[in-house]
Ligand binder design. Structure first.
Ligand code: NZQ
Ligand code: ZN
Length: 393
């Protein structure tokens, strides 16, 4: 295990009815609130009215609605301008990863004179940010409890991130009932994203990380157990609460600290999202089993079969390749059983730009040197080509 510092200063108010802590959470920062939200789900669910009711007496609310899934840099610029104009004290982000990531960009851009897109090539440019409070409405990214922000620049076809402790939310309200209205497509995408965050840290070269791996295995079992329940009955509190907490735990440093190296599937998926504006978690579900298949070898069979043994209760075959192959089959078939579209064609992607995206993936991330198994441009291209057709086992 490598050296690390671990600090997650987000106060979590978890459970039904925790919205009553909202006013007191905001009050410590001031009266002028920038309320950011997405395309309208919070209006349809009634959460928007609840929030305005909670805040009606003591706050001046300024609104920035319409934050896009795969949030645009232009929206960040617009929000930062609103913060300056209205002397905003605190940003309240209500929604999923897109709204929260956009809020992080806004909070940091408020104090930055240049183009906030600069943050994606140098996170150190973020030296200060407005405080952020979030109300999470979908279990997926973990953005509610980390310092990451993923922004999209459609003009340059880039989807890139910045990371800063300054934008870790101060408070996040996690009421699982707010996720009852998440459609099944987004529910499965969210679960695939949570799993991917766990996989990306689990398949890592750093030895002796049993603490992190054990926590990750427990979280993976949780997601595999509860996702079909939430899909069948969207208002199952037990399922929604476990998925919500798993979302936060999967990407708050708990399973990733003490490890070196960068992630494989996210670097590839972010190119799919940047070029085709697809749902992040669906892209990950498509890429992940192909990536596992592509990297399967004598060197990786032990870890992949360990995952299958501990998460899917597979018997460890004397020939680890057999167990590892069965593990990959289950990863794929489970996504199929949830109803995830599992080929690129089903999400509107053909073979015309696969090579270009492979080049970009390597340009944006050192996938060829610093991943669990190094991936050249040709490897990424091959994984993308594999994603055009169904997998047969
Ligand atoms: O925009 P609205 O109308 O709210 O609808 C959203 C959106 O269409 C809908 N939704 C959310 N909560 C709902 C709901 N619909 C009904 N009822 C509810 N309660 O779901 C759709 C997706 O929302 P979005 O915020 O985009 O989802 P998600 O949380 O998956 O966020 C995805 C973004 O986060 C980035 C992704 O790349 C993507 O841009 N990521 C952020 C990370 C981070 N900050 O740590 C890490 C991740 O790996 C990821 O890259
Ligand atoms: Zn993700």
């Amino acid at each position: 295990m490598n050296n690390f510092s671990f600090q997650v200063p987000t106060t979590i108010h978890f459970g039904e009815g925790q919205i009553r802590k909202l006013a007191s959470s905001l009050k410590v920062y001031g009266k002028n609130v920038l309320l950011t939200y997405g395309g309208g789900s919070i209006k349809r669910s009634g959460l928007y009215d609840t929030i305005l009711d909670e805040l009606k007496n003591d706050f001046n609310i300024f609104e920035l609605g319409g934050v896009e899934p795969n949030p645009r840099i232009e929206t960040v610029v617009k929000g930062a301008e609103m913060c300056r104009t209205h002397d905003i004290d605190v940003v309240l982000a209500v929604g999923g990863g897109s709204t929260i990531d956009c809020a992080k960009g806004i909070a940091a851009a408020r104090f930055y004179d240049g183009n906030p897109w600069d943050f994606t090539s140098n996170s150190r440019l973020v030296t200060k940010a407005l405080p952020i409070v979030t109300i999470l409405t979908i279990a997926a990214t973990g953005s509610e409890m980390n310092g990451g922000s993923v922004l999209t620049n459609l003009e340059t076809k880039e989807k890139l991130s910045f990371h800063s402790r300054h934008v870790i939310p101060k408070v996040s309200i996690l009421d699982p009932t707010y996720t009852y209205s998440v459609p099944s497509y987004q529910t499965m995408a969210g679960s695939a994203d949570i799993l991917s965050h766990l996989f990306e840290n689990y398949f890592n070269k750093t030895p002796d990380t049993m603490v992190q791996d054990g926590i990750a295995e427990g979280l993976m079992r949780t997601v595999y157990h509860y996702t079909p329940i939430a899909l069948k009955n969207p208002e199952d509190y037990g399922a929604r609460s476990n998925l919500m907490w798993a979302s936060s735990m999967a990407l708050n440093g708990l399973t990733g600290s003490g490890k070196a190296g960068i992630w494989s599937c996210h670097g590839i998926e972010h190119e799919l999202s940047a070029y085709y504006d697809i749902t992040h978690g669906i892209g990950l579900a498509i890429i992940t089993p192909r990536w596992l298949q592509h990297i399967l070898s004598d060197k990786t069979a032990d870890k992949i079969s360990q995952f299958g043994h501990r998460v899917f209760d597979l018997t460890l075959d004397a020939n680890r390749m057999t167990t590892a192959q069965e593990t990959i089959r289950i990863v794929y078939e489970t996504f199929v059983s949830w109803g995830v579209p599992m080929t690129l064609g089903e999400v509107g992607i053909d073979d015309s730009l696969l090579e270009e995206m492979a080049v970009q993936a390597i340009t944006h991330k050192p996938l060829n040197t610093e991943t669990y198994v190094s991936l050249s441009k040709d490897d990424v291209h091959e994984i993308l080509k594999m994603s055009l057709t169904e997998m047969n086992f």
